[in-house]
Write a protein that binds this ligand. Structure first.
Ligand code: GLU
Length: 295
């Protein structure tokens, strides 16, 4: 009897292991995040952006497609997945749009985000978008919903690069228009800056030996390292604070207040934690959402 119970226990253990193995595919997956319920009869009085979405019947969300774990188009399933994507889906659902059928994803790289929002090409943007005063002059932010920090990605056998003060003379790659590349310039961390539109292009350069390091937020770099841990590693303690916000049209205060309400509710009712655990974290992690800053 005792032995049978043990065998059953082992079998269950093995099944759990198999299940976990499948779910934690490299780069993370959204498979463990519950689909949010779609709010009914939503109104956002005085929001031109919400009026536009309602008239169109769909939401156009600006995202990245090459940041595993965060904002990633999985080439095998051909679906978007990651922490940012789940935040984007939650917002759509709570604005009354079914995230499975009523979202159109538009890929917008770092340097083109403000203009895409200003031109009305997207309704809102979710994709490792740091809230800062310069950007706030052109667009508005709800949030923050996450705090990342700048770090470095190097080849697994790299020994001389350990932090921002070890980059002198090294070829460092980052994305045009990012807070990451600005910091490298302003602090003159190196004079060999290599610039691309996307971080995945930088990672390709790193793997090919064309650059020595890629720098951006740790949340993004950890996704690349998880996808290819044999060749890549993240080094350096995060050396900045990057509060992520939802990018919105500048004058749309009503929608900003509504999205902040959605983020606050998600933080309070455990939805944020489910999203975090299902994408970036591991179940039972101690991560907590940052407080929303209304301005
Ligand atoms: N969070 C930083 C930024 O918004 C770097 C990541 C990115 O480019 O999306 O500039």
């Amino acid at each position: 009897m005792k032995r049978r119970a043990m065998a059953v226990g082992l079998l269950i253990g093995a099944l759990v292991l198999v299940a976990c193995g499948r779910e934690s595919t490299p780069g993370g997956t959204s498979a463990r995040v519950p689909v949010p319920s779609v709010a009914q009869h939503v109104t956002v009085a005085g929001s031109p952006t919400f009026a536009r979405m309602t008239q169109r019947g769909t939401v156009i969300v600006g995202v990245k497609n090459d940041q595993p774990g965060m904002s990633y188009l999985n080439p095998i399933t051909n679906t978007y997945e990651g922490f940012d994507i789940e935040i984007a889906r939650l917002i759509a659902a709570k604005l009354g749009f079914d995230p499975q059928t009523k979202i159109t994803y538009k890929v917008v790289p770092t340097a083109a985000r403000e203009q895409a929002i200003i031109n009305g090409q997207i309704d809102y943007y979710v994709g490792s978008y740091t809230i800062n005063d310069g950007r706030k002059k052109q667009i508005a932010f709800a949030g923050p919903y996450f705090i990342a920090g700048q770090a470095l990605l190097v080849n697994a056998d790299e020994k001389s690069i350990t932090g921002p003060d070890t980059l002198q003379g090294k070829r460092v790659c980052s994305a045009t228009g990012s807070t990451s590349i600005r910091l490298v310039r302003e602090q003159r961390l190196t004079d060999k800056i290599v610039e691309f539109q996307t971080y995945s292009q930088c990672v390709d350069q790193l793997l090919a030996g064309q650059v020595d390091a890629v720098t951006t937020d740790d949340a993004i770099l950890k996704g690349y390292a998880a996808q290819d841990s044999q060749h890549l590693k993240v080094v350096g303690h995060p050396f900045t604070q990057e509060p992520y916000g939802v990018g919105l049209p500048h004058a749309d205060d009503a929608l900003r207040a509504k999205v902040n309400d959605i983020l606050e509710t998600a933080a309070a009712d455990g939805t944020w934690k489910q999203i975090y655990d299902g994408t970036l974290g591991t179940p039972g992690s101690s991560a907590t959402p940052p407080a929303v800053e209304r301005y």
